[in-house]
Design a protein around this ligand. Structure first.
Ligand SMILES: Nc1ncnc2c1ncn2[C@@H]1O[C@H](COP(=O)(O)OP(=O)(O)OP(=O)(O)O)[C@@H](O)[C@H]1O
Ligand SMILES: [Mg+2]
Length: 283
């Protein structure tokens, strides 16, 4: 039950086979390859003298969860800021479904299918769960469906109800967000991002503050979203979660891509273990 059709794409690109690469558009067979849902080419970013990203290239395919891991300060949130347009890179390009969005405003990127949650929660704390999601749904629907279906309000409210159900918060719709646990508030952020119908979803530590049951629920949700065609990029320090649900993993270290590949490959790499995985058991 696919929930999204990536714009301009008849089919999602190669789910499953090592989608993350440093270049991006190679495809072995003859048929014209769809561009990756999200691609970074040589992206660099400096905050004054501090190099936060150094020539980062990676691609994120539709239809899978891709992990982005690395130590504190590696540049993961900075990379999200560049992709969403909150920060302008000093070099490089960002492509969304093949469109160069490097210089696009954040709102345009959102209209083209980019969604995001924040490491530091960015919710309207005095509003209800339902209203936090409705804000995003109302913003997304006028252009896309209202005019076509001539049903001014119902589409947005259906979307809200659907997302609440999807993240398991239907019973908490009327609750003020500032009374929720951190874990539940993170799920509200995910639901809010989904209400805008993204085709590429960037998640910044969504499992932080979740208990193990909530983490399992989140894992199932992300796998479902990917199965429905969304390109999910997951920044997360819960490495076991990343290894469990990601098809590919990119490791950032001090602003550079240290390694990328399948979870099994990543676990085996000595430099990754030295830089980040440390005490994790190597299976
Ligand atoms: N607005 C800013 N101004 C100056 N330096 C910044 C800014 N934002 C981030 N940095 C620095 O850039 C580097 C990368 O930070 P970033 O937040 O992207 O790392 P991260 O990988 O998300 O870390 P964490 O896992 O702790 O969230 C760090 O050295 C950080 O101190
Ligand atoms: Mg961060």
């Amino acid at each position: 039950m696919p929930m999204v059709e990536p714009p301009d794409l008849a089919a999602s690109s190669s789910a499953g086979d090592s989608g993350v690469s440093s270049g991006g558009d190679e495809h072995e067979r003859g048929a014209p390859a769809s561009p990756p849902a999200l691609e970074l080419r040589g992206v660099s970013l400096a905050y004054g003298g501090l190099v936060a990203l150094s020539s980062v290239s990676l691609s994120v395919p539709a239809g899978q969860v891709t992990g982005l891991i690395g130590p504190n300060g590696a540049g993961k949130t900075s990379l999200y800021d560049v992709v969403t347009g909150l920060t302008r890179p000093s070099a490089g390009r960002v492509l969304l479904h093949g469109h160069d969005i490097t210089r696009s405003r954040p709102a345009r990127r959102a209209r083209l299918g980019l969604g995001r949650t924040f490491q530091r929660l960015e919710l309207f704390s005095s509003l209800s769960v339902r209203d936090n999601i409705a804000v995003a749904a109302e913003a997304a629907y006028p252009l896309q469906l209202r005019r076509v279906r001539r049903r001014p309000h119902s589409d947005a409210s259906e979307a809200v109800a659907g997302q609440l159900e999807r993240v398991g918060l239907a019973d908490h719709a009327s609750v003020r967000v500032d009374t929720l646990s951190t874990g539940m508030a993170r799920l509200v952020e995910v639901a809010r991002a989904l209400a805008a119908r993204p085709t590429v979803l960037l998640l910044d530590e969504p499992a932080s503050g979740l208990d193990s049951g909530e983490t399992d629920q989140l894992a199932g949700l992300l796998v479902d979203l990917a199965a429905g065609g969304i390109a999910v990029l997951l920044v997360e320090h819960d490495v076991e979660l990343v290894m469990r649900i990601c098809s590919d993993v990119v490791v950032l270290d001090r602003g550079s891509v240290l390694a990328s590949g399948t979870p099994a490959t990543i676990r085996q790499q000595r430099e990754v273990r030295d830089a980040y995985l440390g005490q994790l058991a190597v299976s």
